[in-house]
Design a protein around this ligand. Structure first.
Ligand code: F6R
Length: 615
């Protein structure tokens, strides 16, 4: 997704803008640019844009005369108009004195553009954003704040905007609607970005403004905030724990591997403080629902997208098994366009790592409108969903930079498992002893993941055996089928190897036709100790008989699986409902190993963005 940076201060803005954009590279982009109020030249802004990488922009800036203490920058991920220099931000008005960077989509841009063209404005790009620069020009008569306010009143859709004017050489104006912005200041000046990593080198005390609020950043570090009516307000300052090290690779070759290796810590943090040994009860102080209210819940909807949706599928199996509440898991982009049955007994769990996914946010709005209590599970403090849901539970993944979600997925599954235990306990479906036993088993998970990470050589070997395949199938039963869905998504998104997952019992109803004896089609099976292990072993025999190359994720010491295939990745023995947490780790490493063998960029897969803030 696009990234925004802005700086106004007493020093050269170029370093902050370029370093900030580099730190937002993980969001995915196809072009980049900066605009500066040029020192000693208040008639026109200096601007440089490139199609390609930040390194190209940096080289172009180094070769140029461009300099100044106040500027804005952008990484663009194309939505309206092809990736090109002309469509890259910042966009200017006709005079070249106003520049704008924008994240989101201006839904009424076509109508605005036609009106502005009729008034004589000359457009240079195919983007929706350019209308903003021309609208500010249209409304400007000396007061930039008023011009931006009048402009925003014309816009429908989602936007985070930063606006620069050559006549106001120390000022940046920012505003937002449904698209994130974070602001901060330090002794050198005031900063704005679409995401925290761009500014944490300078400050960890940050401000988030609400929809259609506006902020004016000054070169002395002052930030004035105005609400949608134009009234000044004192913003809340949040302290961000993440430091710059969190935003860097920490010695690993890529963020994905670093984040996979952080998972023991993530699970420890997720479990910390969640079990009260004195009362023998799970502790969810953030949840306002009493045991009577939980007893009255007759249906749970889980809404999410992508990997978070897969975490939801696993959550369904566990909540239904332990708490005996019917759970429906829905892709948020579907849920929001139908008429789901929501009653006073409906609870909605919205899962989103970023807290900014447009479809999930819309699903939450729909659910709230229909009267449901919405609990958000998210990773990002201050994100949009934290202001939309009644209750927020934070997963403890910490900043996740690789586009492919790994540690946030495990954190989501672990938190859902704890929630399932809590619901089960509050509804009297599991005894204190049973809850204590499961919690004690969960406490062993971090060490078990460390064991998997230390014994990952088998994974490399298995990955080499199928790196050249054209398609891969994933099969498992019960909760392992849902683990497979996420394994297949990880593989396809970072290695571009086509992969599909099926409940193992379904394979003979169609997918088995995909197995090509000559190509030795890889079939990855997740077969931990479970009620359905024997059945899965039969399915493995079926695919072996058709010439598949079977890679099995199985429990350490499972002799039978070694009789069936040489390609076995072992995981420690855990009970069935905890196996998604252990089995997902080798699946992540397997996907990464194949992606590396195929020469792919595992942190920034093609066509993908870390957070999808457009529909
Ligand atoms: C896949 C991946 C995506 C996200 C999806 C939802 O690795 O990261 O499928 O899971 O875009 O994002 P969030 O969880 O931020 O709502």
């Amino acid at each position: 997704m696009c990234g925004i940076v802005g700086f106004t201060g007493r020093i050269d803005a170029r370093k902050f803008l370029l370093d900030g954009l580099s730190r937002l590279e993980y969001r995915g982009y196809d072009s980049a640019g900066i605009a500066l109020v040029q020192s000693g030249n208040d008639s026109e802004l200096g601007i440089l844009r490139v199609k390609g990488k930040i390194a190209d922009l940096r080289a172009a800036v180094d070769e140029s005369e461009l300099n100044g203490n106040c500027g804005i920058g952008h990484t663009r991920w194309a939505t309206h108009g092809v990736p090109s220099e002309a469509n890259a931000h910042p966009h200017r008005d006709c005079s070249g004195r106003i520049a704008v960077v924008h994240n989101g989509i201006i839904e009424n841009y076509a109508q605005l553009r036609a009106e502005l063209i009729a008034k004589g404005h000359d457009f240079q790009s195919q983007t929706d954003t350019e209308v903003v620069a021309h609208l500010v020009e249209e409304f400007y008569s000396g007061d930039l704040i008023e011009a931006v306010r009048a402009t925003v009143a014309q816009l429908t859709g989602s936007f985070a905007l930063a606006v620069l004017h050559a006549e106001h050489p120390d000022t940046i104006i920012v505003t937002r609607n449904d698209s994130p912005l974070v602001l901060g200041s330090y002794e050198g000046g005031a900063l704005v970005a679409s995401d925290v990593p761009a500014i944490i080198e300078y400050t960890r005390d940050v401000i988030y403004i609400g929809d259609r609020d506006m902020a004016v950043l000054r070169s002395d570090g002052a930030i004035e905030c105005y609400d949608a009516t134009g009234a000044v307000f004192e913003p809340t300052v949040y302290h961000v724990e993440w430091d710059l090290e969190d935003a860097q690779r920490g010695g690993y070759p890529d963020f994905m591997l670093k984040e996979i290796h952080e998972q023991p810590r993530v699970i420890r943090d997720t479990l910390a403080g969640r079990f009260d040994v004195v009362s023998g009860e799970l502790s969810f102080e953030e949840l306002p629902l009493s045991s009577e209210e939980l007893a009255a819940v007759d249906r749970i909807y889980i809404v999410a997208c992508g990997t978070s949706y897969h975490a939801g599928l696993i959550g369904k199996s566990i909540i239904e098994a332990w708490a005996r509440i019917p759970v429906e898991v829905e892709v948020a982009s579907e849920f929001r366009y139908r008429n789901p049955i929501i009653t006073s007994g409906t609870l909605v769990l919205a899962i989103t790592q970023s807290g900014e996914t447009a479809d999930t946010l819309e699903a939450v709005r729909l659910a709230r409108k229909a009267g449901a209590h919405v609990i958000a599970l998210t990773n990002v403090v201050g994100s949009r969903i934290t202001r939309e849901a009644q209750t927020v539970l934070f997963i403890k993944a910490n900043l996740e930079i690789a586009v492919a979600a790994t540690k946030s997925f495990l954190a989501q599954v672990a938190l859902l498992t704890l929630l399932a235990l809590h619901f089960a306990q509050q509804r009297g479906k599991l005894s204190k002893e049973q809850v204590a036993e499961i919690y004690a088993e969960m406490r062993k998970l971090p060490e078990q993941i460390e064991w998997i990470l230390a014994n990952s050589h088998e994974i490399e070997h298995c990955a080499k055996a199928c790196a050249d395949a054209t398609t891969a199938l994933f099969i498992g039963r019960g909760v392992s089928a849902t683990t497979c869905f996420e394994g297949a998504l990880k593989l396809k998104e970072i290695s571009y190897l086509h992969a599909e997952a099926f409940p193992a019992g379904e394979i003979k109803h169609g997918p088995i036709a995909l197995i090509d004896v000559e190509k030795r089609t890889p079939v990855i099976t997740v077969v931990p100790q479970s009620l359905t292990r024997e059945k899965t072993l039969s399915n493995i025999e079926e695919v072996l008989a058709r010439g598949a190359q079977v890679i099995a994720i199985a429990t350490y010491g499972d002799k039978r699986i070694h009789e069936l295939t040489d390609l076995v990745i072992t995981i420690p023995s855990v009970s069935e409902y905890l196996s998604p947490i252990t089995a997902s780790v080798p699946l992540q490493l397997f996907a990464r190993a194949i992606a590396i063998a195929r020469g792919c960029d595992v942190d920034q897969p093609r066509n993908l963005a870390k957070s999808v803030t457009v529909e």
